[in-house]
Design a protein around this ligand. Sequence first.
Ligand code: HEM
Length: 374
Amino acid sequence: TASGPVVHNEKARFWEVFEYDDVLMLASEHETFSSDGSKFADHPEEFIKAQSILTTDPPRHRQLRSLVSQAFTPRAIASMAPRIAEITHDLLDHVVGQGSMDIITDLSYPLPVIVISELLGVPAEDRAQFKRWSDDMVFSEYDELTAINVEEYNERMRQVIRRTLDELYDYFRIVLAERRLQPCQDLVSELLAARIEGQSLSEAEILAFCTLLLIAGNITTTNLIGNALLCFDEHPETMDQLAERPDLLPQAIEEVLRYRSPALLLARYTTRDVELHGQTIPCGQMILGWIASANFDPQQFPHPEAFDITRSPNRHLAFGHGIHFCLGAPLARLEAKIALSILLERFQQIRRNREQPVETIHSAFILGPKHCPV
Ligand code: HEM
């Protein structure tokens, strides 16, 4: 519970904003709100090592984004549709006839990992290892974030990040060395070959990008599919609507993104003193913009508590906004659309197993069910 539109968490030493316009401003005004914390806070070197386009400001951000976009075009993503459908069918073939399944374990976790592994060109069989690394990197609870101060938090994260990044980077360094010797038709090879004005990405930048894709891209998409099932189950009339009008599925996915946003917040740093709702946020302070709260702002979304798959317009901030707008949004939307349409087509009577309560992931950053037995 917040006591106003701008909250200063004195112990943890960060600020928080909740309203749609404020979160939108945080994402849009990149000159005032920097994504690069290493410029302002005394970050351990491990954070800096993990710096990717997500935590870079212009002009470097612009260069990095156009380099990685060369390998991550909407056309390349769209061409993956048949393979995404094939993987979904394969995964469902394993559970068909069982009468029950866990949406997370059996479908929404393996699907994005297999897709991104194939895109990157790493063996999908290594996915148990990828999951361990992902869990280590993102699972910090909000209570943990606020109960200790920045230095203590950094110290705790330093240990986890150092271990995880060392392992991840060792893993990808071998992949990079192999692709340098023998380029393939995969993203790693394209990243190695990408050039802008004769300049290529450094090894550190490629490692950070691969890590970002593997971690950020997977967990969020897993949760989008899990959250969709929870929303549809809580609002069973949507299942009937979708059975009658399957063409509403993309709109329904947008409403899931608004109603249960997989990425709960975005973080920025003030590059100057900023006046906001009568308070002065000094230069160099971290501000968390709560996407999950902005997406329920009644000024922007009439009846925000209503889950309405026909909501229009639906300008949610689930993928952020502005220069850092999610690069993987077309892929996440495509995977969710294909997985959910095949699931609803193959299993017309799909109901959550109510004997098992929904257990939510304990994280300050991510919203989704740990398991979703149906
Ligand atoms: C950026 C959410 C899936 C790759 C972002 C941002 C958000 C977000 C909120 C902006 C962060 C900021 O402004 O600080 C999500 C959600 C997803 C999803 C909710 C799934 C439902 C993916 C996938 C990939 C991906 C599948 C790639 C495979 C990225 C990258 C960025 C990003 C590379 C950084 C872009 C930049 O800084 O220019 N994502 N994401 N995301 N996302 Fe996603």
